[in-house]
Design a protein around this ligand. Structure first.
Ligand code: ADP
Length: 447
């Protein structure tokens, strides 16, 4: 087992990892930028190290600082959380060069799956369904035009290095192709430092369905059911639930098999997620991308399966036998997560950082809150705007919904604008209640 774990992250995910470590009896090291000095993860960890100024590129994104912090504190493993360096293969390699275990997949897998155009090609080759589109990167607009003609409009241009819903352009006709191609390239270049683009068929109003996976040595890959993340703004998730209201047992079996096969074919280790788009009228689904890390919404799966995914990541990285068998993973009940962000839904979800003057978290049966916020906490403008992940669990979807509505009413966040009013509206909407909401829901109904 590890001697000590350094958490190369901040916010709620840093707390989440510290909690898992405490339950496993493992000492922890927090890292923080100067603006995070008063953060909960710093107080909850056994030790802490300041790694630089607020700018992420000078602190949480600076591999050398994190390795140095691990070395001075004697940490022999690093948990990267999500975001920042979680999917950076160079960082994972650097950890291993310094004799530190990176808690995540092997760097080779991160490279293979990190390039989305390449990942799609790899999945297609092993028979995982993908949307019609380019085979890998499209270099020239001429080629894009030819491909779009062949697959039929609308198409979507995506950044190969993309993430966080950025660098995507929907094109509905040939006259809009060239300008969008150039804009997508410029966006990809400036956001990701890599202008590579690929192109695929754009599905109108699909469901976003993803499968939680855990890869263990000996080519064992376990699937922990699906999450439906169709409620999105700007292609970013707002609400996630499990199970999906539109996934039948037969469809679930096909989704799990495809995801397990995909992950096994790349020798996947650690927790990861394969994201699919589902056409719920036909039941056809298509690989979109693989996230090679723990995700924001992993607690949804923890609630319906009763398994602790972060503990599994740590134990598996330490080479411990989890003793998991396929029959051990069963979905029971229903879970929903609402992301409570400091954002103004009235201003197109513009981040609204600031000081939280009053805060009250809901509780009672079936409620889980993962958060680093407290009354008096100032949300810095430097990082993402997540304040809390509010989760509800019920014996079925209607109980989970009722508990979530009740919890949203109990929750108080004063001082900053939040997504709470928007969540209340969504949870009261007949289409959402009926389980019919697709990725187009917000644009269709929440104008
Ligand atoms: P990111 O990595 O930036 O999150 P994804 O590839 O995971 O990007 O896509 C994010 C969201 O964008 C999806 O959940 C979906 O709503 C939308 N999207 C992506 N590709 C398509 C497509 N081909 N057709 C329709 N919607 C898409």
């Amino acid at each position: 087992m590890f001697k000590k774990i350094l958490i190369a992250n901040r916010g709620e995910i840093a707390l989440r990892v510290i909690r898992a470590c405490k339950e496993l009896g493992l000492p922890t090291v927090a890292v923080y930028s100067t603006v995070d000095r008063e953060s909960l993860h710093v107080f909850f960890a056994d030790e802490s190290v300041c790694i630089g100024p607020p700018t992420a590129s000078e602190s949480y994104l600076k591999p050398q600082r994190l390795i140095a912090a691990a070395e001075v504190t004697g940490a022999d493993a690093i948990h990267p959380g999500y975001g920042f360096l979680a999917e950076n293969s160079d960082f994972a390699e650097m950890c291993s060069m310094h004799g530190i275990t990176f808690i995540g997949p092997r760097p080779e897998t991160m490279i293979l799956m990190g390039d989305k155009a390449n990942a799609k090609k790899t999945m297609k080759a092993v028979g995982v369904p993908v949307l019609p589109g380019s085979e890998g990167v499209v270099a020239e607009v001429e080629e894009a035009r030819r491909l779009a003609e062949a697959i039929g409009y609308p198409v979507i241009i995506k950044a190969s290095a993309g993430g966080g819903g950025r660098g995507m352009r929907i094109v509905r006709s040939v006259d809009a192709l060239e300008s969008n191609f150039e804009m997508a390239r410029a966006e990809a270049e400036s956001s990701f430092g890599n202008g590579d683009l690929y192109i695929e068929k754009y599905l109108e109003n699909p469901r976003h369905i993803e499968v939680q996976l855990l890869g263990l040595p000996g080519d064992q890959v376990f699937a922990f059911g699906e999450r439906d993340c169709s409620i999105q703004r700007r292609h970013q998730k707002l609400i996630e639930e499990s199970p999906s209201p539109v996934v039948s047992p037969a469809l679930r079996k096909r989704l799990m098999e495809a995801a397990v096969e995909g992950a096994r074919s790349v020798g996947y280790q650690s927790a990861g997620t394969i994201e699919f788009l589902l056409d719920s009228s036909s039941g056809d689904f298509y690989f979109m991308e693989m996230n090679t890390r723990i995700q924001v919404e992993h607690p949804v799966t923890e609630l319906v399966t009763g398994h602790d995914l972060v503990k599994y990541q740590i134990l598996a990285a330490a080479g411990q036998d989890l003793g998991l068998k396929n029959g051990d993973i069963r979905l029971k009940g229903h879970a929903i997560e609402c992301r409570i962000n400091a954002e103004d839904p009235e201003k197109n979800f513009l981040p609204a950082p600031g000081k939280i003057t009053e805060l009250h978290f809901p509780g009672g049966p079936g409620i889980r809150v993962d958060s680093h916020a407290f009354a008096g906490y100032s949300i810095p403008p430097n990082y993402d705007s997540l304040i809390a992940k509010l989760l509800s669990y019920g014996s079925d979807r209607s109980e989970a919904l009722a508990r979530m509505r009740r919890a949203l009413d109990e929750m108080v966040v004063e001082g900053v604008e939040t997504t709470i009013p928007m969540h209340k509206k969504i949870l009261a909407h007949p289409e959402f209640i009926a389980g019919r909401a697709t990725t187009g829901f917000l644009t269709q109904y929440m104008k």
